[in-house]
Design a protein around this ligand. Structure first.
Ligand code: FNR
Length: 398
């Protein structure tokens, strides 16, 4: 794909795919693979996109074109468009202050920003520097209950009212590129070191002056000498709880007084269990195809889960959103809102806050145009009746 992007003229970037292509050129190879790659043969990564492309919008005609209603009330807050920036760890590999840039871009558009446990910028710093942020926090459960309790109380102090527990990463997915690119933790292979030297802008943007950043939320738990990238990676490797189960989620429900969502749900039976525990919502997600290879595409899973959940708790989806029409399809199949992962990360890698903002604006504009072309005046009207699967000659209903 040819891009006519010059300098910071982001108005010349017309799609998330184009932002991705620019990010690919700007990042060293290992960072690009970290951002874009999936597990093993990337079948699930590909399925996420395929599951969207197989669903067709069944538009109505001769519906006058007015700005469609895209506002939605989600978990007590009004959103101009039902999307938010989802949690992604170690964004500092793309841009030193990527977490802050993402938080600013989301906040400027009235959208929530979800910070990962393994972010580089701490939740306190996000709150201090972006005071108006609608901050969500994603929790990786910790083995040490005191560490987990401390993370939760800090999140509450930082104004977080919505917590996402990620349940699909108890062991790391098989990301072969990661093992290829590093000879040992944080030590790049020779080929990758040479490749890094070919990316002076990235070196300036990420590595200068202090090298790869540590994980801000975890720093208070680290001895001063280990408050660095390697120390925090070692810490999270030791602390992430691999014995997570439903009883832990029940305890978390008691422990956390704010809203609690489970992220990484693909099975309707799990959706039922989460409802029985009194959770406030689910994120249907396969972690962007980075975890279980062979997992269902996110939209495939939504189709199974929505009939169980719809109207009883908030139903969110991520994994594969790259176009405004994807948002329309997810909403038609029962999602209340979508989370963005790589879409906004491509933007931040290209041009910090402006790049992330461009990704959000592109998706918003595409979403509005899609609704107009569908003849859908209000997202509240979206339902499976707006979709058709031309291959199966079936219409989705209910
Ligand atoms: C992630 N994701 C993720 N999820 C999470 O709960 N905690 C985390 O720290 C991370 N880290 C992370 C890093 C990177 C580089 C990526 C791409 C993804 C998963 C993320 O929240 C989301 O589920 C996916 O990104 C959605 O897929 P798409 O839209 O990026 O394809």
């Amino acid at each position: 794909m040819r891009s006519f992007f010059r300098g910071r003229d982001l108005s010349r970037v017309h799609s998330i795919a184009e932002l991705a292509e620019l990010a690919r050129h700007r990042l060293p190879h290992f960072a690009w693979e970290y951002l874009s790659g999936g597990a093993e043969d990337e079948l699930t990564l590909a399925r996420n996109r395929a599951s969207f492309s197989e669903v067709h919008l069944h538009s109505r005609t001769l519906v006058p074109c007015h700005p469609p209603v895209t506002q939605r009330r989600l978990l007590g807050r009004e959103l101009a468009v039902p999307m938010l920036i989802g949690p992604t760890g170690y964004n500092g590999m793309l841009h030193r202050d990527a977490d802050l840039h993402l938080a600013r871009a989301a906040t400027a558009r009235g959208l929530p920003f979800c910070l990962s446990t393994v972010s580089n910028v701490s939740m306190e710093a996000i709150k201090a520097q972006v005071p108006d942020v609608n901050l969500w926090f994603q929790l990786y459960a910790m083995r040490d209950p005191e560490i987990q309790a401390s993370l939760l109380s800090r999140a509450q102090q930082a104004g977080v009212d919505t917590l996402l527990l990620t349940s699909d990463a108890m062991v790391l997915g098989n990301r072969e590129w990661d093992r290829r690119n590093f000879v040992r933790p944080r030590e790049l292979s020779l080929g990758n070191k040479l490749d890094v030297l070919r990316h002076p802008r990235w070196l300036r943007q990420v590595m200068w002056p202090n090298g790869l950043p540590s994980m801000g939320n975890l720093e208070p738990f680290l001895p001063p000498a280990e408050r660095n990238a390697l120390g925090s990676m070692k810490f999270i490797g030791e602390q992430m709880d691999t014995l997570l189960d439903w009883s832990m989620l029940a305890r978390l429900r008691d422990q956390w007084s704010g809203r609690l969502l489970l992220k990484g749900v693909l099975h309707p039976a799990d959706a039922e269990k989460a409802m029985a525990l009194g959770l406030d919502g689910l994120v249907v997600s396969n972690h962007g195809g980075r975890q279980l290879e062979g997992a269902l595409g996110s939209l495939d899973a939504l189709r199974l889960i929505a009939p169980v959940v719809r109207g009883k708790m908030a139903l969110l989806l991520d994994s594969g959103i790259r176009r405004g029409s994807d948002i329309a399809k997810a909403l038609a199949l029962g999602a209340d809102a979508v989370l963005l992962g790589r879409a906004t990360l491509y933007g931040v890698a290209v041009a910090a806050e402006q790049g992330a903002g461009r990704a959000l604006d592109l998706l918003h504009e595409e979403f509005v145009r899609t609704l107009n072309l569908m003849g859908c005046a209000d997202i509240a009207d979206l339902s499976p009746d707006w979709l058709a699967d031309v291959h199966a000659h079936s219409i989705y209903r209910g």
